[in-house]
Write a protein that binds this ligand. Structure first.
Ligand code: BES
Ligand code: MN
Ligand code: ZN
Length: 486
């Protein structure tokens, strides 16, 4: 989507022509210096009890006499931060959804300035609000066609707003790629489909792409990855995407996305309720594809490699069984005590493969454990890394992208439970601290570089009536990569 900024002249908001003008009121006290035309409506609405200055409140006004705009929406934000601006904008957009609005203009009143972060947040909010999944439900109402949503600002903020809108639009198209991929059902979004998506992106943006099949993966010795795939009729794929934005000699950041296109649990089969949601078990892979989309649009000076091990986890006569021992690409052997702990089995070989790029850092992204959902719920992604500096950089990126993450511990003691009498390690420990022991398993394959792991089991999709992919953590990852650009 294309966004633009307009600088407000003397005439102010009254003269802004739009199908709808969304005005974010920054803060829960009556703001000073509000544009006269809007101030009238705002004060009257508050006085008559139609709008409370409380977070999340919004009021729709049809054909306001004082304004050129056909519709006015007032939306209250907690304060003047970009985060609050985004929530208020989302509430305001909801108030005009389904109406005949093609051109939306947005402004903020009060003394608050608009920054890059505000503009970026608005672009994200608009794109997120109008997204509709239609691929297997073409009868769903099409996305409202918003032509060039506009952010109105003062002259002093114009440059920041333009930069922020551009970045926000790129992030939003990355998020959309991730949502669209992850929302597709398991019989559509197969490993082969993910490989095709990667090839399409590569063609669009000039990335290098390579898709390894069973024979190639076997030659590399990825015994752990192959073991997960062996119960399925769907051929596995190992996808390698490369974006070169800096000199060839610059060490790349490697992103590794879990690409389980459906997770039944295998022989350690999952219970039936909500099993359909295991189509989202490739959300890590989807976030890598989405991040590459954003890279393609923003072209930062950084080198990035995307690795996606993709396969299904199925029970069958050829499937792995509890107690089976496999040899990973690293040479370490693994006793598969639970076939449902398959994510770590495919990631470990991808992490070993990552060594060949002599990476500046490796970040894996995975819907790895139900335990992470219990620990952190659906707000923060779990961040695991032994590297304090990398943790800080990623937490900063999470803040900037409004895509929160929370650092979890990784003390050696948590690795105790992974011991096995029959292999170098088991693939599960006890139930306690399940997201941490999973990360400890991955850590055994990351000795040769700086590494972080993001467990997105609680944040990659929503359940219930709003069921669908969120596109997280594309914003976090993209902001991290932008911070690494020179
Ligand atoms: N894909 C699941 C994790 C998951 C479960 C994500 C529920 C989101 C919601 C993963 O492959 C898995 O099954 N993990 C097991 C690990 C256990 C067997 C140690 C889990 O979390 O139960
Ligand atoms: Mn599983
Ligand atoms: Zn899984």
């Amino acid at each position: 989507m294309d966004f633009k900024s307009v600088t407000l002249g003397q005439a102010g908001l009254a003269n802004l022509s739009a199908d709808a003008l969304l005005v974010v009121v920054a803060g829960t006290t009556m703001p000073q210096d509000v544009d006269a035309a809007v101030a009238g409506v705002l004060k009257d609405a508050v006085k008559n009890g139609d709008l409370e200055l409380k977070v999340g409140r919004a009021l729709y006004v049809h054909r306001p006499a004082e304004l050129k705009a056909q519709r006015l929406v007032l939306a209250v934000a907690a304060d003047d931060s970009a985060k609050s601006f985004k929530s208020a904008a989302t509430a305001g957009i909801a108030a005009v959804k389904g109406l005949g609005v093609a051109h939306l203009a947005v402004a903020q009143v009060g003394t608050a300035r608009l920054t890059e972060a505000h503009a970026e947040a608005l672009a994200m909010a608009v794109a997120e609000s109008v997204y509709v999944y239609r691929h297997t439900k073409p009868s769903a109402p099409a996305a409202p066609r918003l032509a060039k949503p506009t952010l109105a600002c003062g002259k002093a903020d114009a440059t920041a707003v333009t930069v922020g809108l551009r970045r926000g639009a790129a992030l939003a198209s990355g998020v959309e790629v991730a949502r669209e991929c992850a929302n597709r059902p398991g019989n559509h979004a197969t490993p082969t489909f993910l490989a095709e998506q990667a090839k399409t992106l590569a063609k669009q943006h000039g990335f290098k792409v390579q898709v390894l099949d069973h024979a190639a993966v076997k030659k590399l010795g990825m015994g752990s990855f192959m073991a997960v795939a062996q119960g399925s009729e769907e051929p596995l794929k190992f996808i390698v995407l490369q974006y070169q934005g800096a000199a060839k000699t610059e060490a790349p950041v490697v992103l590794v996305g879990k690409g389980i296109t459906f997770d039944t649990g295998g022989i350690s089969i999952k219970p039936a309720p909500e099993m359909d949601e295991m189509k989202f078990d490739m959300s890590g892979a989807a976030s890598v594809l989405g991040t590459f989309k954003a890279l393609g649009e923003l072209k930062p000076r950084v080198n990035v490699v995307g690795l996606i091990p993709a396969c299904e986890n199925m029970p069958s006569g050829t499937a792995i069984k509890p107690g089976d021992v496999v040899k990973s690409m690293s040479g370490q052997t693994i006793e598969i005590l639970n076939t449902d702990a398959e994510g770590r089995l495919i990631l470990c070989d991808a992490l070993t493969y990552a060594e060949r790029f002599k990476p500046a850092a490796v970040i894996d992204i995975a819907t790895l454990t139900g335990a992470c959902v219990i620990a952190l719920g659906h707000h923060h992604s779990g961040l695991f890394t032994p590297d304090d500096e990398l943790a800080e950089e990623l937490l900063q990126a999470a803040k900037r992208g409004l895509d929160p993450a929370w650092r979890m511990p990784l003390d050696e003691e948590y690795g105790e439970g992974l011991k096995s009498n029959f292999a170098d390690m088991g693939n599960v420990a006890g139930r306690a601290g399940g997201s941490i022991t999973a990360a400890m398993f991955l850590k055994k394959f990351t000795a040769r570089y700086r590494w972080a792991h993001l467990d997105i089991a609680g944040t990659a999709w929503k359940s219930g009536a709003q069921k669908g992919a969120t596109g997280r953590p594309v914003a976090l990852l993209t902001h991290y990569l932008l911070s690494q650009a020179r």
